[in-house]
Write a protein that binds this ligand. Structure first.
Ligand code: VGL
Ligand code: ZN
Length: 197
């Protein structure tokens, strides 16, 4: 059975938002249309406390889009975004929420970020999504949403590593493209057996 995983299609990642991805809002219609072609729909929601360690504002002297070395590895520092309960953390108002079977929130622990829908950025702490999908017999996963080169790519890479069939529908994603991250993500996904369609 086939699941559509809609990654972080939230106000802050769309034009006008705190961490806007160019053209992010253009994918809302295509994502809604894709829902009907799937047996299940899962939404992820980036969901950070205001003192989150991925925010540049919480590191003295740091600038957004720089990096910091945190206990689990290198971490890009972002502008404050998707703060728990804020308007920016809401789903894009055009996203059809009626078909969502499950909403996975991630990044809610101050000390660690979570790009992937499956694991936090230490690549080991599970979110629980793999068990949910396996229990429901959902083995064929198709990824859309924001951002192509961060949360979508990390999710698809983990899905392939966990033995799921993983496809990224690239036309229903948009990339941040920080220092070539879009092409790097594509190469990594191809090498891991993720289908880019
Ligand atoms: C994302 C950066 C920080 C994403 C989330 O959804 O791709 N990127 N938090
Ligand atoms: Zn985030």
């Amino acid at each position: 059975m086939r699941a559509l995983i809609v990654v972080d299609l939230q106000v802050d990642f769309c034009p006008g938002g705190a961490l806007a991805v160019a053209g992010g809002d253009e994918i809302v219609g295509p994502v809604n249309a894709l829902m009907a072609e799937h047996d299940a729909v899962v939404l992820t929601q980036d969901w950070h406390p205001a003192d989150h360690s991925s925010f540049a504002s919480n590191h003295s002297g740091a600038q957004p889009f720089g990096t910091a070395t945190l206990p689990y590895g290198d971490q890009v520092l972002w502008p404050d975004h998707c703060v728990i309960g804020s308007d920016g953390a809401a789903f894009h108002p055009g996203l059809d929420l009626r078909r969502a079977d499950l909403i996975v929130r991630k990044g809610f622990r101050r000390e660690i970020d979570s790009y992937s829908a499956f694991f936090e950025n230490d690549r080991r702490t599970p979110t629980g999504l793999a068990g949910y999908l396996r229990d429901r017999g959902l083995t064929d996963l198709r990824f859309v949403g924001l951002a192509h080169d961060f949360c979508v790519a990390w999710s698809a890479l983990d899905a392939a590593r966990l033995g799921f069939s993983a496809t990224v529908i690239e036309g229903a994603t948009r990339a941040i493209d920080l220092n070539g991250s879009r092409e790097a993500a594509q190469a990594a996904m191809r090498a891991a057996g993720v289908t880019l369609s």
